[in-house]
Design a protein around this ligand. Structure first.
Ligand SMILES: C[S@@+](CC[C@H](N)C(=O)[O-])C[C@H]1O[C@@H](n2cnc3c(N)ncnc32)[C@H](O)[C@@H]1O
Ligand code: FES
Length: 340
């Protein structure tokens, strides 16, 4: 259990300093240590659902009102939003829900018992579009593993976002989690939104609907399947190739940043399939994943150098400064990269 102060991912909203001073704290605040699970969830609770990043509690309160047989836990990194969520629950007389001011990643790591949760809802997570802020994002491989561990067998993770790029990255991350599998059937069942049950309404979903922004939704189910690598490749092949993404997570007109053994890479769709480049421009190191794709080339976002996606060749300075490329293999819906 970490002994440091648990902060909002932006690092600005310190739980102690700012929220306490404003006097706007919910009952449960994870400060230097986690809040014990049994002080949040009553012993007699039946089905448990968690919403991460519940904001001001619009979905949480509606869900708690509509499904009194379920116990809901809202996790919100901002203590003042967490307090607003709690007020909303109190105003509606909902006793089957609790809010915890905590970082969702730490909450799953320190607090949630394995196999205890029926559904995890994550709606409009902050996309942190700047490369230097990516570490603040909720979704990474470790978080996907933690959620898979927390879910009961057959449990579901529901995700919604308006951000096409982040959605692709979320699909890639979740697609590589061994015990999660996308459930199109459940997505079809829920459709765009089932109020108080799936995908909304949330403050952001209502705002984005009014602005006619894209509405991406995905449901992943906890399974017991063996990993693709275990079932379809020998051990020697296994060590050479690393699964980095699901094919359907790669957007058509922009790159998908992925990580492979600590290296930052970017995947692109090309006429021939998938190309993989180091996500660092050989000129001054800009993230190529933040560039624009035009005519089979990626244009560096900083100084506009162009690189051929398939070969990495720099067409701005032919014969010099190629972008580093890596070998890719696509097997059904899975993308594997060989670094060596
Ligand atoms: C864009 S808002 C969306 C709020 C709400 N889900 C909605 O759709 O209206 C993202 C929320 O997630 C919270 N958040 C960001 N990172 C978080 C984390 N690591 N753990 C818990 N909450 C987080 C933010 O404070 C913010 O309230
Ligand atoms: S950093 Fe890419 S062109 Fe300069």
């Amino acid at each position: 259990m970490p002994a440091h102060e648990r902060m909002h991912p932006s690092g600005r909203l310190r739980f102690r300093a700012s929220a306490r001073a404003r006097g706007s704290l919910p009952r449960h605040v994870a400060d230097r240590s986690a809040v014990p699970w049994d002080s949040i969830v009553p012993a007699h609770a039946g089905q448990i659902e968690i919403e991460v990043g519940c904001g001001k509690g619009t979905f949480l309160a509606e869900a708690a009102r509509q499904q009194p047989e379920v116990f809901f836990v809202g996790i919100e990194a901002s203590p003042s939003y967490a307090a607003q969520s709690e007020h909303r629950l109190t105003d509606r007389g909902c006793t089957n829900a609790a809010v915890v001011a905590d970082d969702g990643r730490l909450f799953f790591a320190d607090t949630v018992p394995p196999g205890s949760v029926a559904k995890v809802h994550i709606y409009h997570p902050d996309p942190w579009p700047k490369r230097r802020h990516r570490k603040r994002r909720l979704f990474d491989r470790q978080f996907a593993r933690l959620v898979a561990t927390a879910l009961a067998p057959g449990g579901k993770l529901l995700v919604a976002t308006d951000n096409t790029r982040y959605f692709g990255e979320i699909l890639a991350t979740l697609g590589s989690a061994e015990r999660l599998r996308r459930s199109r059937e459940t997505e079809l069942h829920y459709g765009d939104e089932v109020a108080g049950v799936a995908f909304g309404p949330t403050n952001f979903s209502q705002k984005y609907r009014a602005e006619e922004r894209p509405r991406h939704r995905a449901v992943y189910a906890r399974t017991e399947r063996a990993s693709i690598r275990e079932t379809s490749m020998t051990q020697a092949e296994n060590s050479a190739w690393t699964r980095v993404a699901a094919l359907d997570g790669v957007p058509t007109d922009e790159g998908l940043p992925v990580e492979c053994e600590g290296k930052e890479l970017v995947l692109f769709r090309t006429d021939d399939g998938i190309a993989c480049l180091e996500d660092s421009c050989p000129h001054r190191g800009a993230a190529l994943s933040e560039g624009k794709v035009r005519d089979g080339e990626i244009i560096c976002p900083w100084h506009g150098w162009r690189f051929v996606l398939d070969s990495g060749e720099c067409s701005t300075l032919p014969g010099s400064m190629p972008a580093k490329t890596f070998t890719v293999r696509v097997e059904s819906n899975e993308i594997f990269v060989k670094l060596g």
